[in-house]
Design a protein around this ligand. Structure first.
Ligand code: DQA
Length: 144
């Protein structure tokens, strides 16, 4: 079975409550159930942390447990974390960067991503649907 890890960074545990005009009203646990139903052939594992080092540890753990693909919304760490970028280079697991909001249409400091160049591609601004599209792409990618 293909295993895909979805990793959410800081403040994404507040989805549904946090700035609903930007991030929507659905909480992630609820959306995750929908994803697992839709992709019942995939082992979708989920990790969220507000702590940079825990995200690093988890990415390293993905290597140890031979996870096939990663979907990463590093949230604000996207724009700052060379350490997370380095961990993606280290583990060499295919990764797709997802942002719920359109980061290119927001503040200047959100336009830079430290992790994009370590990813196969990025999805931004398509709401929670970005995670579903990332799974679909990864499944195709992993076939080859
Ligand atoms: C985000 C965009 C980031 O700029 C922001 O810091 C987040 C969420 C998104 O999903 O749109 O926390 O990654």
């Amino acid at each position: 079975m293909i295993s895909i890890a979805i990793i959410n960074g800081p403040n994404l545990n507040l989805l549904g409550i946090r700035e609903p005009d930007i991030y929507g009203t659905q909480n992630f646990e609820n959306y995750l159930e929908q994803l697992r139903t839709k992709f019942s052939e995939v082992d979708i594992i989920f990790f969220q942390s507000n702590i940079e080092g825990e995200i690093l540890n988890y990415i390293q753990q993905c290597y140890a447990s031979k996870i096939n693909g990663i979907i990463l919304n590093a949230a604000a760490y996207t724009h700052t974390s060379i350490a997370i970028a380095d961990s993606l280079s280290a583990v060499q697991i295919p990764c797709i960067e997802v942002h719920i909001s359109n980061v290119l249409a927001r503040e200047m400091y959100r336009k830079e991503s430290k992790i994009s160049e370590k990813c196969i591609g990025s999805i931004s601004g398509l709401g929670l649907m970005g995670y579903q599209l990332a799974i679909e792409y990864l499944l195709e990618h992993l076939k080859n």
